[in-house]
Design a protein around this ligand. Structure first.
Ligand SMILES: NC(=O)c1ccc[n+]([C@@H]2O[C@H](COP(=O)([O-])OP(=O)(O)OC[C@H]3O[C@@H](n4cnc5c(N)ncnc54)[C@H](O)[C@@H]3O)[C@@H](O)[C@H]2O)c1
Length: 242
């Protein structure tokens, strides 16, 4: 087994997750790069980071979450940091949003909860240490047109952070959220120009953020920030202050 601490980053093949994986590797972590569909990108990233490895799971499927934990047990034997970064939007005005769209978003939220629960049981409670960092979103606080299930899921993630922070404080496990504003990734690129321009007008810093600007806060919470518990750290260029 490696002497490096282990971090699992979900949805790490691209975007904010990939930036988190790089930032954590820069802090000396061996990173488990979780992906669902982008195996090529995940394997490539793992090849670039010391002792890192890629592993696949659809987090919406409980048996695959369980298998992910088994693989982590075999390959790493412990997990010091969990970054719950995987996220999914389905965009449509609520009156025409399909129930299937709601279910897809909710299934990932359930999977995130299940992964966290198993992570606690299998590793962090026994280790009596760990850090969990949720990547939520500003829209869980301020809402967003056409994203009602996503905003529910992200608000729920911050509520999970609060609950876990209370449950786990005496176990030496720190749980916090990082709530990005609008960040330049493929997820944001999928937004129509009209929506993007409307957003830019509302951001006091006048630009979208970069994945690296989110990742540096994640790296801070993973390695320092020892008196931060149950907090939501906003990274949004002034759009919303919490
Ligand atoms: N980009 C933004 O502006 C922005 C703003 C606020 C919050 N966020 C959040 O940051 C996180 C990363 O976003 P991103 O912009 O890099 O998006 P992204 O779409 O590039 O990354 C999301 C990842 O989640 C994974 N994922 C989705 N459903 C999954 C499932 N069922 N099982 C396993 N993995 C699954 C995808 O494969 C993808 O790699 C997400 O949680 C997103 O909600 C993004």
């Amino acid at each position: 087994m490696s002497g490096r601490p282990i971090a699992l980053v979900t949805g790490a093949a691209r975007g904010i997750g990939a930036a988190c994986a790089r930032a954590l590797a820069g802090e000396g972590f061996r990173v488990a790069i979780h992906y669902n569909t982008s195996s090529e990108a995940a394997e490539k990233l793992a090849g670039e980071l010391p002792e890192s490895f890629a592993l696949r799971a659809d987090l919406a499927v409980p048996a695959q979450v369980e298998a992910l934990l088994d693989t982590l047990g075999e390959r790493a034997g412990r997990v010091d940091v969990l970054v719950n970064n995987a996220g999914l939007t389905r965009n449509a005005p609520t009156p025409v949003m399909k129930l299937d769209d709601y279910d897809a978003v909710a299934a990932l939220a359930r999977g995130t909860w299940y992964l966290t629960k198993l992570m606690l049981r299998r590793f962090m409670m026994k280790q009596k240490s760990g850090r969990i960092i949720q990547i939520s979103s500003v829209v869980g606080h301020i809402g967003n047109r056409g994203q009602s299930p996503y905003t529910m899921a992200k608000a729920g993630l911050d509520a999970l952070t609060r609950s876990l922070a209370l449950e786990l404080a005496d176990r030496n496990i720190l749980v916090n959220s990082v709530a990005p504003g609008f960040i330049e990734t493929e997820m944001a690129a999928a937004l129509p120009d009209q929506v993007k321009n409307r957003i830019l007008e509302r951001i006091p810093l006048g630009r979208m953020g970069t994945p690296e600007e989110v990742a540096e806060v994640v790296a801070f919470l993973a390695t320092r920030g020892s008196y931060i518990q149950g907090s939501v750290i906003h990274v949004n260029g002034g759009l919303y202050g919490g």
